[in-house]
Ligand binder design. Structure first.
Ligand code: NAD
Ligand code: USQ
Length: 405
């Protein structure tokens, strides 16, 4: 298949490109490299030293003899170029990772909020409109988030995207299937909720064939392919904006930083290892919906954990201390989460779990590159409201200490 991987220079995109290339697909990476620019804006860098995308593609060719094609293109800024690119390359499948994906970054300021909405919603809508206009019948796979469902305890499993409801009408009860009501917890998560509506409309109106993967928090760093050469190494974010919770705890353990638990750590979230994430994309590719089908929604996660349990696990593994910090986010302090993921399991996914020794592998990678860590960038200081941001008191190194109130 000819596959366009939008956002193929990113944390999940890059290993996906390698995995699909190894399977024999013709892979085209489309990326505007905005993530690398954001590192520059924030004054941080990936824990792991990443080469330029062109160099990464060259190394892949050297190692495997397979070619990856890179195209510098902004999906949000230049609709005409997006349309021409699609018309010229006519992909069989499009995998869409190309969005600003950090919740804390999306809440930093009004500028970051508007950037995140403009970038994400326009990128998705430009792509949909261009697919219709060019008449390209590609299977579109989008990386969405478990966060669209929200994190209040509902006491029932979260279904895969849709909810069966009964509506009272004058002629009696009528059954209806609706998108599960969204309850995004950040501006970033809100853009993924908006994406869902765009997908619903274009599938229904234009027959676009769409799969939306509601992914949990991705942890780990290596996949079978990124292990093949030092210069194929994956991005690893550890800073307070882009680092996600488990990877942050593992790097904090490696550098002797207390594990930064927000509040009581009673937040329960869904997780998936990066190797399973790329495998799920392969499985979803093989299950394309037909024209006229509703958007196919999968919950791309393999297990759920409470933040404080993760901290305890990493502390046991490494001897690290746990610090309960004031939470800069507006979120439920404690929640339960039960999630259905039957579709991937039925397709043959055999999940990698936290017990599989891969936690140690991440700590080893983190130790190897610990000299690249700027400890002052570890605390999460982007507040969901001005008050929450201000309540995070910092020490002279910029580390969050305790509530100022
Ligand atoms: P990432 O930031 O590492 O990668 C995103 C890539 O998209 C970057 O290379 C960036 O330069 C590119 N991009 C952004 N806007 C673009 C635009 N307008 N035009 C072209 N390229 C653009 O993110 P990631 O962690 O790889 O996540 C990929 C996708 O998966 C995101 O959509 C994210 O919402 C979703 N997701 C990620 C996680 C996670 O834990 N990392 C979990 C659930 C869902
Ligand atoms: N948390 C801590 N300490 C930290 C960092 C985070 O306690 O040092 C807590 C947060 O307060 C939150 C939970 O851990 O309760 C998860 O935070 P996170 O940063 O790991 O994840 P999140 O902001 O939800 O975003 C990440 C990805 C995003 C993806 C989402 C999937 O950045 O792209 O959509 O995970 S999900 O969480 O399932 O919605």
């Amino acid at each position: 298949m000819r596959i366009a991987v939008l956002g193929g220079d990113g944390f999940v995109g890059w290993p996906t490109c390698l995995h699909l290339s190894e399977l024999g697909h013709e892979v085209h990476i489309v990326d505007n490299l905005s993530r690398r620019w954001i590192d520059t804006e924030l004054g941080v860098q990936s824990l792991t030293p990443m080469d330029s995308i062109q160099e990464r593609c060259r190394i892949w060719h050297e190692v495997t003899g397979r070619r990856l094609h890179f195209h510098l293109l902004d999906l949000a800024e230049d609709y005409e170029r997006v349309k021409h690119w699609l018309a010229e390359h006519k992909p069989d499948a499009v995998i869409h990772f190309a969005e600003q994906r950090a919740a804390p970054y999306s809440m930093k300021s009004d500028r970051h909020k508007t950037y995140t909405v403009d970038n994400n919603v326009r990128a998705t809508h430009n792509l949909l409109a261009a697919l219709v206009e060019t008449g390209i019948d590609a299977h579109l796979i989008h990386l969405g988030t478990m966060g669209v469902y929200g994190y209040s305890s509902v006491g029932a499993p979260i279904p895969e995207g849709y909810l069966d409801v009964e509506i009272d009408t004058p002629s009696g009860k009528k059954a209806q299937e609706i998108l599960y009501p969204t309850r995004p917890g950040s501006v970033y998560h809100m853009t993924k909720s908006l994406d869902q509506i765009l997908f619903q409309f274009y599938a229904q109106n234009d027959g676009l064939r769409i799969t939306d993967l509601h992914q949990g928090i991705v942890w780990g760093t290596h996949t079978d392919q990124t292990r093949r050469h030092e210069q194929l190494i994956n991005r690893f974010d550890y800073d307070g904006d882009y680092g996600t919770v488990l990877n942050r705890f593992l790097i904090q353990a490696a550098i002797g930083h207390p594990l930064t638990v927000h509040g009581t750590g009673g937040q329960t979230r869904a997780f998936i290892h990066i190797q399973d994430s790329v495998r799920c994309i392969e499985l979803a590719l093989g299950e394309a919906p037909k024209q006229g089908d509703r958007v196919r929604i999968f919950n791309q996660m393999t297990e759920t954990h409470r933040v404080r349990d993760l901290a305890e696990l990493v502390a046991r593994l490494s001897g690290a201390k746990v610090a309960n910090l004031p939470n800069p986010r507006k979120e439920a302090a404690e929640n339960d989460l039960i999630v259905k993921n039957d579709q991937f399991r039925a397709l043959g996914l055999d999940p990698i779990t936290l017990q599989d020794g891969l936690l140690e592998e991440v700590v080893e990678v983190a130790r190897k590159y610990a000299h690249r860590v700027d400890r002052s960038r570890v605390p999460a200081v982007s507040g969901w409201t001005r008050e929450l941001g201000a309540a995070v008191e910092r020490d002279p190194e910029g580390r969050a200490l305790r509530s100022a109130s």
